[in-house]
Design a protein around this ligand. Structure first.
Ligand SMILES: C[S@@+](CC[C@H](N)C(=O)[O-])C[C@H]1O[C@@H](n2cnc3c(N)ncnc32)[C@H](O)[C@@H]1O
Length: 348
């Protein structure tokens, strides 16, 4: 099995540029939003690209974008942001006294893997933003259609699903292996309850392979190293980031995505969705949720989400609200609530 060390650039002696570099870590990409503040200057950071240049490039690449909207990153944990490799962000045991993202999400999706504390905050949220369950199901709907597209039309046979969540209907391996039984799927989450349910995720098609990693997306090098034990980074991989980047501070997430995409070969795809800050009730519900949530979730501007696809070729229909991404019927796609954006991009 290939390891990142064996894949790494000149050291591997294969004449190809390195895909997984361990030392020194690549500096995080410049935050795309002009309202971002950094706690300390980083002299070796690459110069920021102007937002207009980025807009022009995205327009040239065919990505749709919307005008910039205010960022909301005031709940950032400065210690973790500045020292992502040292700070421990993942709890090590299931705590039933505080709400957890994966369990709250599971409740909104109609699942049973949640506790009273999760249901309580989920219902408080619903009072302000009644569409939340539709919103959650629309994200899952996009995941299902995107994975089907990737397996069927893009010919992808390897999937790296980061921020997996609790097993539910139409999990990535079920969709991928229904279309291409030989597909390999690696799930990654840092919630201990997802870990406890991982065995349910690991039952895949006999021809394929399904693995689960308990790991933190905020440590992309560790994720890549562990995933390379199962995935062949010489062959295209679909990187799935479904509703997870809202949990990552705004100025960290673009660098993490860029690092993960960098590690993948040409022909790989990025598929992601996240919530947008375009609905005042959604923003208010999250503001209240984030006041007490151990793991806050931040909605982002449409332009910020679009910037995550920089350098990738858009797959039709580009960046759209989840219900509108290749809906099974045009009526379904047009009629639903849309404070989310999703897209699929191909690495040239
Ligand atoms: C909103 S749920 C989305 C679940 C699933 N992807 C979906 O679309 O239904 C977010 C998931 O991301 C996970 N998560 C949050 N921060 C994470 C991190 N830093 N590393 C790995 N997983 C994380 C949570 O535990 C949770 O399962």
């Amino acid at each position: 099995m290939r390891t990142p060390e064996r894949l790494a650039g000149g050291d591997a002696g294969n004449g190809r540029p390195g895909r997984v570099r361990k030392d020194p870590p690549k500096p995080l990409a410049a935050p795309p939003h002009h309202r971002l503040r950094r706690a300390a200057p980083e002299p070796d950071r690459p110069p920021r690209r102007g937002i207009r240049v980025r807009r022009r490039r995205r327009a040239a690449e065919g990505w749709r974008y919307h005008p910039a909207r205010p960022a909301t990153s005031e709940h950032r944990d400065p210690e973790l942001t500045e020292n992502p490799d040292e700070a421990a962000s993942a709890p090590t045991s299931v705590d039933t006294t505080v709400p957890h993202s994966a369990r709250v999400w599971n409740y909104w999706l109609g699942g049973k893997d949640n506790y009273a504390v999760d249901r309580e905050v989920a219902e408080e949220f619903r009072k302000v933003f009644p569409e939340i369950s539709d919103f959650a199901r629309q994200g899952r709907g996009f995941l299902k259609r995107a994975v089907a597209y990737l397996a069927d039309e893009a010919g992808i046979r390897q999937f790296l699903d980061l921020g997996t969540g609790m097993p539910t209907a139409a999990n990535t391996h079920e969709v991928a292996q229904a279309h291409a039984p030989e597909s390999t799927v690696v799930y990654v989450d840092n919630d201990p309850l997802v870990l406890a349910h991982a065995t349910a995720l690991l039952v895949g098609a006999p021809e394929g392979r399904t693995d689960y990693l308990h790991a933190d997306l905020r440590r992309p090098e560790a994720v890549l190293e562990a995933a390379a034990k199962t995935l062949d980074f010489d062959r295209p991989v679909a990187l799935l980031l479904m509703g997870v980047l809202g949990h990552i501070p705004e100025d960290e997430a673009p660098g993490i995505v860029a690092r993960l995409v960098e590690a993948l070969p040409s022909g790989s795809h990025l598929a992601l969705w996240d919530g947008t800050d375009t609905d005042p009730r959604g923003n208010e519900a999250l503001r209240q949720y984030n006041e007490t949530a151990p793991l806050p979730y931040w909605t982002r501007s449409p332009e910020w989400i679009a910037s995550l696809f920089d350098g990738l070729d858009p797959v039709e229909p580009g960046l759209v609200p989840c219900p509108q991404w290749r809906p099974e019927t045009p009526e379904v796609g047009a009629g639903q609530y849309g404070a989310s954006l999703c897209g699929v991009g191909r690495k040239p």
